[in-house]
Design a protein around this ligand. Structure first.
Ligand SMILES: C[S@@+](CC[C@H](N)C(=O)[O-])C[C@H]1O[C@@H](n2cnc3c(N)ncnc32)[C@H](O)[C@@H]1O
Length: 282
């Protein structure tokens, strides 16, 4: 990606991250009391992470990194967001987490680090930030130790084609198209589904910076993983999104428990809303 596009995207994330965290009540107290931000779906894909070295790619403010470290993983989070990494480091210190954080553009880190990891993990809005998908996936493969696993749980690329009233919006196949939109206040819009420590309502601020992202289809993603030399284990589609409400047209899947924090298209409409991929290094 051109450096000026990367800078704009980082500015958009810095603005949004501050807003997102302002919606969440005392996060360190939440983690100190044993709270987690992880959903059952990533836990199922990850399996037992105890004692494993785990790279959390695009870790944002570190909440999932801290949660994974509480499960016994040796977690390194990487993100290019100034706001995100400063928050993540302060959070880890405040709740005595051993998670550590690298402030770097992800591809640059993946292509240069000498570290190797048992698990490379990414979730909920990562692949679209990379214009050259095969390149970043080769980076994932590069940093995996022998027998290590790539685990990704993503927002399904199909949902970017659906408009805020359920109408058809953008083409699913859009190779090379730059979606230059500001990062939204999706934490505020989810009204608590992404704030397990407690939700603080606030009027949304308009993000003045656009972020550049690209559409990668399921075929692009699975092919990039296979071409990286990793052996694809699972490709899973889910009828719901965890925490993230793409628009008010989506409805909660249930009234209580984790389903109250999951969103589905209004029945009988049904299409894939999340995508899980796991692969193994030989
Ligand atoms: C939707 S968030 C991912 C959520 C994250 N999985 C979590 O645990 O909260 C996307 C993150 O990607 C980061 N990001 C976007 N492009 C990046 C890049 N090229 N290198 C590193 N981080 C990047 C943003 O700063 C943001 O924190």
């Amino acid at each position: 990606m051109k450096p000026e596009l990367l800078d704009e995207t980082r500015a958009s994330w810095n603005f949004a991250t501050k807003q997102h965290n302002a919606h969440k009540r005392d996060q360190a107290a939440f983690f100190r009391a044993g709270g987690t931000t992880l959903f059952p779906d990533e836990l199922e894909l990850l399996g037992d992470v105890r004692g494993k070295s785990l790279l959390h790619v695009c870790c944002n403010s570190g909440q999932d990194s801290v949660s994974l470290s509480a499960l016994g993983a040796n977690v390194t989070g990487v993100d290019f967001g100034d706001e995100a990494i400063a928050f993540a480091r302060a959070l880890a210190a405040d709740c005595q987490s051993t998670a550590t954080f690298v402030h770097s553009e992800a591809t640059a880190f993946l292509e240069t680090t000498a570290q190797r990891f048992d698990v490379v993990f990414f979730s909920y809005g990562v692949l679209g930030w990379f214009e050259d998908l095969p390149r970043v996936v080769r980076g994932f493969a590069r940093v995996l130790a022998g027998g290590g696993r790539l685990v990704g749980l993503e927002i399904h690329p199909f949902i970017w084609s659906v408009g805020s009233n359920g109408e058809w919006k953008d083409p699913y196949f859009a190779p090379g198209r730059d979606f230059a939109d500001p990062v939204t206040d999706y934490v505020g819009e989810s009204k608590g589904a992404l704030s397990p420590s407690g939700h603080v309502d606030a009027a949304p601020l308009t993000n003045p910076h656009v972020a550049h992202s690209w559409q990668h289809t399921v075929g692009d993603i699975v092919s990039a993983v296979a071409a990286s030399g990793l052996v694809v284990e699972q490709v899973r589609e889910y009828p719901y999104a965890n925490g993230f409400r793409p628009s008010a047209w989506f409805v909660p899947r249930g009234k209580e428990g984790v389903d109250a924090r999951r969103f589905i298209p209004p029945p009988p409409v049904s299409f894939p809303v999340m995508l899980g991929v796991t692969a193994r290094a030989s």
